[in-house]
Design a protein around this ligand. Sequence first.
Ligand code: SF4
Ligand code: SF4
Length: 629
Amino acid sequence: MATYDELRAAADKAWKAVEAPSRPLFIVSINTSSIASGALDTLARLQGLSLGDGFDVMQTGDTGFAWMEPVVQVVKPGGESILYGHVTASRAEAFAAAALKGVASEHVIGSVSGNVAGVPALADSEWMRIQTRWIMANCGVIDPDNIDHYIARGGYGVYMAASQTDAEELIKVITGSTLRGHSGSFFSTGTKWGFLRSAKAEPKYLVCNADEGDPGAWVNRVMMESDPHTILEGMLIGAYATGATYGWIYLRDEYPLAIERMNRAIQQCRERGIFGDDALGTGVRFDAEVVRGAGAYVCGDETGLLASVNDGRGMPKIKPPFPAQSGVLGMPTNVNNVETYASVTTLLRVTPETFSTAGTEANRGTKLFTVSGAVARTGCLEVPFGTKVNDLLAAAGGIAGGRAFKAIQQGGPLSGLLPAAIAGDLPLEPEPFRPLGAGMGGGGIVFLDDTACVVDMNVMTSIFLEDESCARCTTCRIGNQRMLEVIRRAARGEGDSTDVDRLTALGQTMQYSNCFHGSLSPTIINNTLKYFIDEFNVHANEHRCPAKVCPALIRYRVVNNSPKVAEAAPICPTQAIVQRDGAWQIDDVKCIRCNACRDVAPDDIVVEDEFQGVIPVRATVPADVARSG
Ligand code: SF4
Ligand code: SF4
């Protein structure tokens, strides 16, 4: 097997063709977001073009600019490099011709390197200037399927240096860095590694939790699709530090590209002697494989995940025993998530001293966040811990369409729903969220504008949580069912003044569930009752939806018999827009409240409260009666 120095020398040659190409190089971002925007067609189109003196084409992973996909970077001999967006296949030829000749102005995002007249520096853009890209250093830069690119940029050199350090000392460095689990648990990574190292039984195992299931979160997907070796190197460092000899990457089946790239990266490690009986000649034995998860949300709990790795049903277990005592195959096991393993490699690469210059005292370093929802720009950013939510929102271009910022739903359905007045000033680190009755979660932040209805959001999250309960505990299984029933009643105009007490009592009971799924399921409902009680009460007691969203509480009506309504009629999916006696009307029985007609005729079709003034407000039930109900 080649030595690390020999691998590095060969890798440097391969990387030179990217860093200093002899002719223009078009680098197309191929990731799940870009593929949804047609990037594979763009790639094929560019590869099939023959223009000027020719150019080369390669793929990269995810640049984080999801709203600009398909994204293409053009590197020219001499060092000039520009990032472009919205390069669809149909525009690829005109784009390539313009980019080869000078600058494809219509597509410019910013210059990556070199001063190009009229092209703003990417680093100065709103999106980039709040970012510190350490964990994402290779994202959108290297070809994730090319291990040489990774090695040429220092990859596996971090492991080589770490393996020269005493393992106990290495764990102390990780602990001292303040690195904690980026999945949302925020438990000290070094402490966890210490538990596994001190476990007596052998063999010991590592598991990488790649079961990213929070709606609105795709930070781990970005890493796996862009830089799989940074994750594998973190696992290899973990193996050296803890004495583990095998690893499993538990990866949800909904991420097929990540599965493909992680599997390819593992195979490359085996072929180059990085994985095997003697990792790069350091005497460490380690290998790993991908386990495809079926997408059960409760496998985010490490005991549920381990049950699934063990070929069982993904049901969380009561602890103890903890995974460090009994995990995969009953042996001592450590579980960290994708971003945590990547952060280990990162903090040792940038050095713990530099790592500690970013973030806060309690949480040094950086964290990935994905922003989505009502923002102008959707994508993935890496910012220092402690960055304010409002700064993230500004980077995302603010709330789209100039609407008001209403709330955030951060960290998935177990982490909470916070109003803009509180959320905006929150520093992004776990501690400030806890006194608010919420969590920060693993990195997904969904922004809501003033057209969103919190009760409607509760219906969606409650359906999800009830569906995802593994049903082991009565508190969680029945508690989630009852909560969903109450929320649905409120959204249908069938609630009453007893609902707040009923939901509060259910939330208190569910604290005693076995795992975090049950105990945290009431979080969004509790936040709603605390921060959005007026909006909830209008639904429950007055049977109205102020945001005009809850389908049972609104109806669509034609107010102007205009040609726009005639235009809207054919796009109605249920043919609910009908003509009677020469006038357009909406058949309320057929209307599914999809709002498509208002995209075409916003001034001629209105949304009205269904029940306002039609159904009398229910009588208030005395509190003692309510509690007994
Ligand atoms: S709390 Fe819910 S998800 Fe967790 S073990 Fe109990 S039933 Fe399963
Ligand atoms: S809201 Fe949707 S279903 Fe109802 S009338 Fe408009 S287009 Fe048709």
